[in-house]
Design a protein around this ligand. Structure first.
Ligand code: NAP
Length: 449
């Protein structure tokens, strides 16, 4: 027999399914939070009575728009643009833009929903939002990417602002794209409003450590989590999936902390490099040449490229899924557990399926959900906004120190909350409850919003 709290949450969840048909990833993200907050609803019935749980699942505003652009041969293409402004109880909407052909409304809503609680966990005054497009930047020239970004911003600009909604990067959106987007915003509005976008270049309003922040932050989280068991990253074999922004800087920080990253991947396959991933070569191929991981193996004699397959087959002590959602399945979890993996730290958003997450939690593997572990990116974006607002720029060392403190605080908040709610060591429960309660309290305080 289900408890009254479970019954209430099930009824709200049924409503979420009915109102948002076909948005599987969004359903998954909501389900995970609901599974965690049962004891909160028991302790704080007003969260259900005042419909806070229902309201938090409904975005404040959803914008869908046409993005027409012309390729280098003059052919016209039409993509779809999205911005989901999910929750601004704690501050302006904040969250990245994703350009990937798989993007649809359900992707942006799952990411925006996660972002609400992640941003709350950082302790910074930022709400949650997310955006993007089904545009595929792969194989496009700089001029094509620029024209796409300009067209995208020509609609988006009217919805964003330093005090309204502050986008940043995500998959397919890095420094190049943020530059083109900011240039068009500046041109249309005739304002040098630095705080309207984060992830900017260092010479035009960006912050030190922002490119590194998500990967560094996830690694700081891994270190802190291992320390709770009297352990550290020193001497550990680490596997990182992906080879983009998050993965690259996770590799860098793991190496700085004495671990060795022996494998990473892209959507075509994975590379095993027992001597440790060569960071300079990785950056050269991925960031400068915008190339593929197979080229890494070609250039680096002893490395091996495996087309297709799962990077999780490579034995490791620590796994850092840092590519995309639902990339680590139950059978991968079984392999990792069988190989003696000690900790899984999500650099990406929701990369571990619910079944795989359950397997890790049940087998005592330390498991850090993305909501907590990858919050270093958005936290450093908030530091970028602080610097923009005060017309200041901080040193690399100072900014990295702030990032490390924020990550340690997030870790400790999740651990303490899990303990308080009777689930010691369960960072999923800790992150969901700590994030949810902060937002829910603010929503109650602000009246019926
Ligand atoms: P990125 O620089 O574009 O890199 C993405 C990486 O993941 C690439 O190696 C890409 O391989 C791989 N990938 C993407 N989609 C894939 C798919 N459908 N199947 C297999 N591999 C795929 O993006 P990123 O900024 O590192 O973001 C990675 C993850 O971290 C995402 O979940 C993102 O939401 C999350 N995240 C990012 C930040 C940030 O600050 N950037 C902050 C918090 C969370 P290909 O090149 O082959 O596509």
């Amino acid at each position: 027999m289900a408890s009254p709290e479970v019954s209430k949450l099930e009824s709200i969840y049924a409503d979420v399914l009915r109102r948002n048909p076909g948005e599987d990833e969004f359903h998954q993200a909501v389900r995970e939070v609901f599974d965690s907050i049962v004891p909160v609803v028991a302790r704080r019935p007003e969260f259900v009575e005042a419909c806070v749980v229902t309201r938090v699942c409904e975005p404040e505003r959803q914008i869908i728009f046409r993005v027409p652009w012309a390729d280098d041969r003059g052919r016209v293409h039409i993509n779809r643009g999205f911005r989901v402004e999910f929750n601004s109880a704690l501050g302006p909407f904040k969250g990245g833009l994703r350009f990937h052909p798989s993007v649809y409304l359900g992707t942006i809503k799952f990411l925006g929903f996660e972002q609400i609680f992640k941003n709350a966990l950082t302790g910074m005054p930022i709400g949650g939002g997310k955006g993007g497009s089904d545009f595929d930047p792969k194989g496009r020239s700089d001029a094509e990417v620029m024209r796409f970004c300009q067209s995208f911003m020509t609609e988006l600009y009217r919805h964003i602002g330093e005090y309204t909604d502050v986008p940043a990067g995500d998959i397919g959106v890095g420094g190049r794209e943020i530059g083109y987007l900011f240039g068009q915003y500046k041109r249309i509005t005739n304002r040098y409003e630095s705080g309207v976008l984060t992830g900017k270049g260092l010479t035009w309003g960006g912050s030190q450590v922002r490119p590194e922040a998500t990967g560094y932050g996830a690694t700081f989280f891994a270190q802190r989590m291992l320390q709770t068991r009297g352990d550290s990253l020193e001497g550990k074999r680490v596997v990182v999936s992906g080879s983009g922004n998050v993965a690259t800087y996770a590799v860098e920080k793991v190496h700085q902390l004495g671990g060795t990253v022996v494998a990473c991947s892209d959507s075509a396959g994975y590379v095993v490099d027992e001597a440790g991933i060569d960071l300079e070569l990785l950056k050269q191929i991925k960031q400068v040449q915008r190339g593929r991981m197979s080229e890494y193996a070609d250039k680096r004699g002893r490395a091996r490229f495996v087309a297709g397959g799962s990077v999780w087959d490579v034995p490791c002590d620590v796994a850092m899924p840092s590519a995309t959602q639902n990339e680590l399945h139950a059978h991968d979890a079984a392999t990792l557990i069988g190989n003696g993996c000690l900790a899984v730290v999500e650099g990406a958003n929701m990369p571990t399926t619910p079944e795989a997450t359950k397997a890790f939690l049940e087998s005592g593997v330390l498991f850090a959900p993305g909501k907590a572990a990858n919050a270093g990116g958005v936290a450093t974006s908030a530091l970028e906004m602080q610097q923009n607002a005060s017309r200041d720029s901080w040193t690399f060392e100072h900014t990295e120190q702030r990032l490390a403190e924020i990550m340690n605080a997030i870790h400790d908040r999740c651990a303490e909350t899990a303990e308080e709610y009777g689930a010691p060591g369960n960072y999923v429960v800790g992150a969901n409850i700590a994030g949810f309660v902060k937002v829910a309290d603010a929503m109650l305080a602000l009246g019926l919003i």
